[in-house]
Design a protein around this ligand. Structure first.
Ligand code: UDP
Length: 382
């Protein structure tokens, strides 16, 4: 290939769950052809997003089943388990390398940590440059140490380039050349609507997981608005086995005495559709978000957002102008921010007016352009 011609890029993901990294890829795919990229997608297992990947404009989904659920670290607790996982990874990588050759891939883009593990091996076998897109901070805070032990040396040596979804994520990537920070993509289907005179609906949009801190949001909501007319809306479902936490949230709202003012919507396919009836979005992770698409989506929709002053949100929100930042894990500060935003209509109008422009450069179309530039820089000059 040359730097000007069309590029065949094979996107790898180990799963097809509707989590941030996978939805981010889905958002970008339709915008790639405008930048000369022909996208192929290989998913390591079936899942709810399979159909949406297949329907994405210009995208071809290639099937290479039965892979990644076993890949990497499953059973890594024992030596035998590690050996078996390693053998399964290698066997999959060999099959994947053959697929990469058969479609004449110019670049491989690994979109998850597990995909990076088998993808970096496969790309090496096929002689194709790999871009490893890191959507997670490589931190023990929420990634198994056994997984980090595998990922860190690989991500340092094997990819031709690394994309990190924030500076916070990039800071956790072992030192190496070509680490590009690309914030986003974020987009919304919600039409911006001017803030209502009184804020009544406070929503949290993340999948249900202990570190996403929906419990923190609900406790602070109960304290900020005791017995008021305010409503809390909890969007999202447990995607990766956190069902006990989901059940505990229902117990919590009963304990807090707010069950009649809290609605659990479960997973919603198009969050934008719901945002129109939301006055404030509140994001309360207990550890620094690598990026936090939900924050950017609220901003794109012109919904005032409260988020922690840490990780991705700290990089995309200008406190008091495009959102409100509160110290992470500080319930008193969160309660105060909720009361402040509730009582100050002018503040909400200001945030709503400024936020969409702040995230416009993070939209899927410009992000697709950044990817294409990164791919082309890896090709020989001729
Ligand atoms: N989301 C969704 N339906 C829901 C709740 C969340 O589609 O009911 C989406 C949300 O719009 C966002 C993504 O899930 O695009 C979450 O991405 P984020 O980066 O915030 O978190 P991650 O899942 O990557 O940890």
């Amino acid at each position: 290939p040359d730097r000007a011609g069309p590029l065949r890029v094979v996107y790898l993901d180990h799963c097809a769950e509707p989590a941030g990294g996978e939805l981010a890829l889905l958002d970008v795919l339709p915008h790639l052809p405008a930048h000369g990229v022909i996208p192929y997608v290989v998913l390591g297992r079936e899942g709810p997003l399979l159909e949406r990947f297949s329907d994405a404009a210009a995208t071809r989904v290639l099937r290479l089943p039965d892979a990644a659920a076993k890949v990497g670290v499953s059973g890594a607790g024992t030596r035998g388990g590690r050996a078996a996982a390693g053998a399964a990874t290698l066997a999959y990588a060999v099959r994947l390398a053959a697929l990469l050759r058969s479609v004449k891939a110019d670049v491989v883009h690994a979109n998850s940590l597990k995909a990076g593990v088998y993808g970096s091996v496969a790309a090496r076998l096929a002689g194709v440059p790999l871009v490893w897109h890191v959507h997670d901070r490589l931190s023990e805070e929420y990634i198994q140490p056994s997984m980090l032990q595998i990922v860190r040396p690989l991500v340092r040596r094997l990819p031709a380039a690394v994309i990190a979804n924030s500076n916070a994520t990039a800071a956790t990537v072992p030192p190496r050349e070509r680490v590009e920070v690309v914030h986003g993509p974020v987009t919304t289907t919600a039409a911006p609507t001017p803030p209502a005179p009184v804020a009544t609906t406070y929503a949290t949009l993340s999948r249900l997981s202990p570190w996403k801190g929906q419990d923190r949001f609900l406790s602070a909501f109960a304290r900020a608005f005791p017995g008021g007319r305010e409503r809390a809306l909890v969007l999202g479902a447990a995607l990766f086995g956190e069902d006990d936490y989901a059940a505990a949230l229902h117990d919590l709202v009963a304990e807090l005495g707010i069950a009649d003012r809290v609605a659990f919507a479960g997973h919603v396919d198009d969050v934008g559709r719901v945002l129109g009836s939301v006055d404030v979005v509140v994001h309360t992770p207990t550890i620094a978000e690598p990026f936090g698409r939900v924050v950017g989506e609220a901003m794109a929709a012109g919904i005032p957002v409260i988020a922690p002053a840490a990780g991705g949100p700290l990089e995309i929100i200008e406190d008091g102008r495009t959102g409100l930042l509160v110290p992470m894990n500080d319930e008193d500060a969160l309660v105060e921010a909720l009361r402040k935003i509730a009582g100050d209509g002018a503040l909400r109008r200001r945030l709503a007016a400024s936020a969409p422009a702040a995230v416009a450069p993070l939209a899927p179309a410009p992000v697709a352009g950044r990817y294409a530039e990164i791919y082309r820089a890896l090709l020989p000059d001729s």
